[in-house]
Design a protein around this ligand. Structure first.
Ligand code: CA
Length: 473
């Protein structure tokens, strides 16, 4: 996109480039909106031609501030995707037949998990006479396929992941304590969690390739062998490591957040705030009003359903008054085809562009009370139930920091520091887990490394941006 913009030969509208991580982010808005004025300011268009979007923003206090660049203008339109199960998607799954075979209960503490993993390793739960079991596995890529975030949360609240691909703004161990931005990456609790992870790894309880393999390789590991060989696996849903509706998928059951030795029992919370950067209108556009009206349609129920699932009567239909949604209330729509974001198609945008995929809409998906929860059709209902019953009791959304906007000079100061810091923390995490660094022996050196990378300064910058956005400065 930067190349297209630099060429000067750019389209009327940028649509569906991804989101703030891959497409138009805060810094692109600064460059191509505030400074170079290639993106049109959208405030007046929203007020005059986008009643559906305006209503969505009015219903969500703080959302206009979040969308607004420091010069007071809005340069890109938000996608609303308020996914309940995604808000608690750092899920862990355990192969239930092995617990039954060995007469074990679902683990509820870090110590119980350790004992279960040892039993999986040593007691031949798949019954083939071979010591071929992998007690716990994950992947470096894939939707929450990393196991460490789930486990560290039994010691301290964290959003930290080992993956170098994850967002350096949201997954580096910062959290919010009231109006103060803090970090856990230098805490005693984190140190204890690293010792626990290192112990699991050293004793062969975490599969070594967890820190090298991708999500597809993880799925091959779970689905490939004739006898199941994997006991516990991390993933945002079962489809991240197995085939939805298949035998393996059906037997992995959600494990609740574990209680750690000091009583901590958290689960990572993912804020479902609107995402910027999916639609921008360029100054080359001859009819911005028409574009605004067309895009506003995507914020209606019908527009959102078409964007997600294709044409009415093909991908979806409106619910009748006997149908009940995921949340138990009157349903809004009924899917006519199972959700499929893997196979190529040309009917709908799936996850691109903008929508009003609000919690009202998502939870308004009609579910047949007799649906097999572990079938492809039962996926959303299963995830709703699992999220509500297993994970929601441990949720603390107030600990998450909203996406922050930095002023240009702050962004310049922060940009390189942020990446260096994030990479250091995540690489250090992997080194501690895999035993390249000893937690006790190398802890002080690690802390010095954080200081050298100006952890204090980075926290101060975040605090400043948070205060400004929060209206307290
Ligand atoms: Ca075996």
């Amino acid at each position: 996109m930067n190349i297209i913009l630099a060429s000067g030969d750019y389209p009327d509208v940028f649509f569906g480039l991804g989101n703030q991580e891959q497409g138009i982010g805060v810094s692109q808005e600064m460059t191509y909106g505030v400074q170079e004025e290639m993106f049109l300011p959208l405030n007046d268009l929203i007020d005059q031609y986008m009643p559906n979007l305006s209503a969505l923003l009015d219903e969500r206090p703080g959302s206009r501030q979040f969308l607004t660049a420091p010069d007071g203008n809005i340069y890109s339109l938000p996608d609303f995707n308020e996914c309940y199960h995604c808000s608690l998607s750092q899920k862990m799954w355990i192969y239930e037949p092995w617990l039954e075979k060995l007469g074990l209960d679902m683990p509820t503490t870090t110590e119980e998990l350790y004992n279960v993993l040892v039993a999986f390793r040593d007691q031949d739960p798949n019954g083939n006479g071979l010591k071929d079991e992998i007690p716990m596995a994950g992947a470096i890529s894939g939707w929450n396929n990393n196991p460490e975030t789930f486990l560290i949360n039994a010691f301290t609240y964290t959003n930290l992941v080992a993956s170098l691909d994850s967002n350096v703004n949201s997954a580096v161990g910062f959290y919010r304590d009231g109006d103060t931005i803090k970090t856990m990456v230098n805490s005693a609790e984190y140190k204890e969690s690293l010792k626990y992870l290192a112990k699991l790894y050293k004793e062969g309880l975490i599969y070594p390739a967890t820190y090298t393999q991708d999500s597809d390789q993880l799925t091959q590991l779970v689905e490939g062998p004739e006898d199941n060989i994997v006991g516990v696996v991390a993933g945002g849903y079962g489809g991240m490591f197995s085939i939805v509706g298949g035998d393996r998928y059906r037997n992995f059951k959600a494990m609740a957040p574990l209680q750690g030795p000091e009583g901590a029992q958290f689960v990572r919370y993912f804020l479902q705030a609107p995402v910027i950067g999916n639609v921008a209108i360029s100054k080359n556009c001859e009819s911005p009003e028409a574009v605004a009206r067309m895009i506003d349609y995507l914020y209606t129920d019908e527009g959102t359903l078409m964007s997600n699932y294709g044409f009415e009567g093909e991908g979806w239909r409106y619910a009748n008054n006997t149908e009940v949604g995921l949340d138990g209330k009157q349903a809004i729509f009924k899917l006519l085809k199972p959700w499929n974001d893997m196979d190529p198609q040309n009917n709908c945008f799936v996850m691109l562009g903008v929508r009003a995929n609000t919690s009202r809409m998502r939870n308004g998906e009609a579910v047949d009370p007799n649906t097999d929860l572990y079938s492809a059709e039962g996926l959303e209902a299963l995830l709703y139930q699992v999220t509500q019953q297993v994970y929601a009791p441990y949720a603390h959304p107030e600990l998450e920091i909203p996406t922050l906007r930095f002023l240009e000079e702050e962004d310049d100061a922060y940009a390189s520091k942020r990446v260096a810091y994030a990479n250091y923390v995540r690489q250090s995490l992997v080194k501690f887990i895999t035993g390249n660094w000893d937690v006790d022996a190398e802890w002080n050196e690690y802390i010095q490394g954080l200081d050298k990378l100006d952890l204090k300064g980075i926290l101060a910058l975040n605090q400043k941006a948070f205060d400004r956005q929060n209206g307290s400065n």
